[in-house]
Design a protein around this ligand. Structure first.
Ligand code: AHR
Length: 330
């Protein structure tokens, strides 16, 4: 609100003093009406993340009445904390946070609250105890994102139904440790391993959700002579890297090794159609319009839902077509 007031006063001063308006904006246009949103984004580690950033840019555009300031934290929580402090200092109207990990937000979100700036969390979750009103610690306005444990359970259930009692040696490529996406998906596989004593975990490491690390890890396992039947990759980009490593070693993904992945980006769905990825659980990144709707609710003085889980599905190749893939938003 403070920023809008400043922008309004600047516009009035410009009118009186005859200074040039920002390009494409005349002084009587709605420049002073823009809602200023500071968005602390995790990084650009994956196709999913880039689709998420684009969705925010499209929904919170100047044409829609917003000025969006994006800070790319390069997967570092410390950078996100600094970005949030900068947003507070600039007096933005709203802060949107896509948190790297769940923990460590109490202090800086307390600062945003003290400054009277609503915080909307998207994608991954933060420590739920920070939303405990009884303890006076309701540090964010609302959250919109995925049920990562449900995604993991969907993938594990597919493996169980596809392979039944067949013994499986599993490689597990994890996301960055402490992120809800890693915590939820890994917990599901752990439960699957307990339920299925004929499954063996032969390797497990974090590939930080990146293609390069996914490839590096699988190359290292192959070099060590580790044998495996399944790769459980916690996102598509790590699956792409794993596929490259397998192909370079003369193995056929989908035949020699079954790949299960998460996100269901367009490129990954093409690989599902080609049989290289066997099962892909959707993780929907299109949060921009949802954030816009929440801000509009808040502007009208309405209270948004505290937690919104987005609808997601999964793909095993059946019913997939080029037309369907092209019609998807990411
Ligand atoms: O939090 C969502 C996860 O983060 C996506 O699965 C992954 O691709 C991204 O980097």
């Amino acid at each position: 609100m403070k920023t809008r007031l400043i922008l309004f006063l600047l516009a009035v001063l410009c009118l009186l003093g005859g200074c040039a308006a920002p390009s494409g904006t005349s002084t009587d246009e709605k420049y002073d009406d823009l809602i200023v949103v500071g968005f602390s984004q995790v990084g650009a580690e994956s196709d999913w993340r880039n689709a998420n950033t684009r969705s925010m840019q499209q929904a919170l555009s100047a044409e829609n009445g917003f000025r969006l300031i994006i800070d790319d934290a390069q997967q570092k929580k410390e950078r996100q904390i600094t970005a949030i402090r900068n947003f507070i200092h600039q007096g933005v109207d709203y802060i949107v946070l896509a948190p790297t990990t769940e923990d460590g937000w109490e202090t800086v979100l307390g600062e945003a609250k003290a400054a009277g700036i609503p915080v909307i969390i998207i994608d991954r979750m933060i420590d739920r105890s920070l939303a405990t009103e009884d303890a006076g610690a309701d540090l964010f306005t609302c959250w919109i994102g995925s049920d990562f444990t449900r995604q993991g359970n969907t993938a594990v259930a597919w493996l169980e139904s596809r392979f039944g009692d067949v013994p499986l040696r599993i490689v597990h490529l994890q996301g960055n440790y402490g992120s809800s996406a890693q915590v939820g998906r890994s917990a599901s596989l752990d439960e699957g391993l307990e339920r299925n004593p004929h499954w063996t975990l032969v390797a497990r490491d974090s590939g930080d959700f990146t293609q390069a690390k996914g490839q590096e890890l699988v190359e290292a396992y192959l070099a060590q002579g580790i044998k495996f039947d399944v790769i459980f990759a916690e996102n598509d980009n790590m699956a792409y890297g794993a596929i490259d490593a397998l192909k370079n070693a003369g193995l056929t993904p989908g035949k020699d090794v079954t790949i299960v992945s998460f996100d269901a980006n367009r490129t990954a769905l093409m690989m599902v159609m080609a049989g290289e990825i066997s099962f892909d659980v959707e993780c929907n990144p299109l949060h921009g319009p949802r954030v816009r709707a929440v801000i509009e609710q808040l502007e009208r003085g309405e209270a948004p839902l505290k937690y919104t889980y987005v609808e997601e599905s999964a793909f095993d190749g059946q019913g997939l077509s080029q037309e369907l893939i092209d019609s998807r938003g990411y």
